[in-house]
Write a new protein. Sequence first.
Length: 229
Amino acid sequence: MDVESLKQEAGIAACAYIKDGMNVGLGTGSTVKYTILELGRRIEKEGLQIVGVPTSLATEKLAISVGIPLVELDSLDHLDVVVDGTDEFDPDFNLIKGGGAALLREKIVAQASTQMVVVADARKQVERLGAFPLPIEVTCFSWQTTQRSIEAVLGCSTARRMNGEEPVLTDNGNFIVDARTGPTIQNPAETERELLAIAGVVQVGLFIGMCNVVILAKDDGVEVLSKEE
Ligand code: 5RP
């Protein structure tokens, strides 16, 4: 099966976790896009009643275009579930996210959610995190000083993310520095702690202990992996 069909399968399967009356975090990316499209369809055709909280301006635009009612996270006392994509997940359901530069809002929304359902195709499953360059959101102020500190902590090279000639700016007006650690992140919690201790680091694309369910689309079908508590 082609990757796009796998993404679609995983994205649609995640809708099983979304019921009437739920407050739903809407992730960012090309896999969860299919969840959002399917939720829009169910709202229109089946009268599904939910409210959504988007994790990026791109997701906000998509959700509005398919008729999902949106609210501010601040107006809710909790989210029942967030559905989001990932760049990698390991056997403990720790994640690398931020390939779409939305990690800060994604993490705020995931932290507010009772459950985090991740939608992925088989390429995202790894034994150890880090083959995908680790996205780190940093302030524009003195970003090179921050970059040097990140390199000193991780002992690897990094690059500010670019879009052609221009640096990528996140929805929060910050830069992204991608760290090429290779698949060596043995203790993600410690790595996250060390990076967050650098003043110019706004957020790190390591999501630890947040995800409970991975909906994994493979050539032979969709597998639901649940974390044992
Ligand atoms: C955005 C993200 C995405 O969820 C992640 O990059 C996966 O995206 P895709 O489903 O397009 O592969 O973290 O910041």
